[in-house]
Design a protein around this ligand. Structure first.
Ligand SMILES: [Zn+2]
Ligand SMILES: [Zn+2]
Length: 146
C-alpha cells in the first residue's frame, strides 16, 4: 500500500471533522515530549507534516488551542480527538497520524523528545532518537504546578 498513491483521508472519533491530505505527510515522527503527552493524554504522539494548502477539511473544522505563544493545536470540539499541530504562521501543518483512516499508510522515521520517553514503553526499532530541547514550543512551556 503506497502512501503516495492512495487518498489520505481521516477524521476525528465522532466524524464531526473529516479531512483529506492532498499530498502524503512527510517527516512522520513519534513525539515523546511532555506537551504531546499532555495534549494526547498518551505517552507519545505520532505526527506527519504537509503544507497547510495541502490539508483540506471536507467536514467541520478543528477548534484551536494555543498551547504556547509559538504554536496551536487543533482538536475536535465535540469528541476531543487531537488532530493538528502548527507553528503560528508556518506554511506547514502536522496531522495526528492516528486520525487517518489508514494510519498504516505512513511510517514514522524518527523519535523526537526522547528525553521524555517513559521507560516502560517498549519500542524496539532502530529509528534515530533525538531530544526535543531547543524547539521553541518546548522551551517556553511550563508544566502545571503539582
Ligand atoms: Zn469529533
Ligand atoms: Zn511533542
Amino acid at each position: 500500500m503506497a502512501a503516495s498513491s492512495e487518498r489520505l483521508i481521516g477524521g476525528c472519533l465522532c466524524s464531526a471533522i473529516r479531512y483529506e491530505c492532498m499530498e502524503a505527510p512527510c517527516d512522520v515522527h513519534y513525539c515523546h515530549c511532555r506537551l504531546c503527552q499532555r495534549a494526547f493524554g498518551n505517552v507519545f504522539a505520532v505526527f506527519g507534516s504537509l503544507p497547510v494548502s495541502a490539508l483540506s477539511f471536507s467536514r467541520g473544522a478543528p477548534q484551536l488551542y494555543r498551547s504556547t505563544p509559538y504554536a496551536e493545536r487543533g482538536f475536535c470540539g465535540t469528541c476531543g480527538t487531537p488532530l493538528t499541530f502548527r507553528y503560528l504562521r508556518s506554511e506547514w501543518i502536522a496531522i495526528a497520524i492516528g486520525s487517518l483512516d489508514h494510519p498504516d499508510a505512513v511510517r514514522p522515521e524518527v523519535h523526537w523528545g526522547i528525553e521524555s520517553q517513559v521507560p516502560w514503553l517498549a519500542l524496539h526499532d532502530t529509528l534515530p532518537r533525538k531530544p526535543i530541547e531547543g524547539e521553541p514550543e518546548y522551551m517556553v512551556w511550563r508544566q502545571p504546578p503539582e
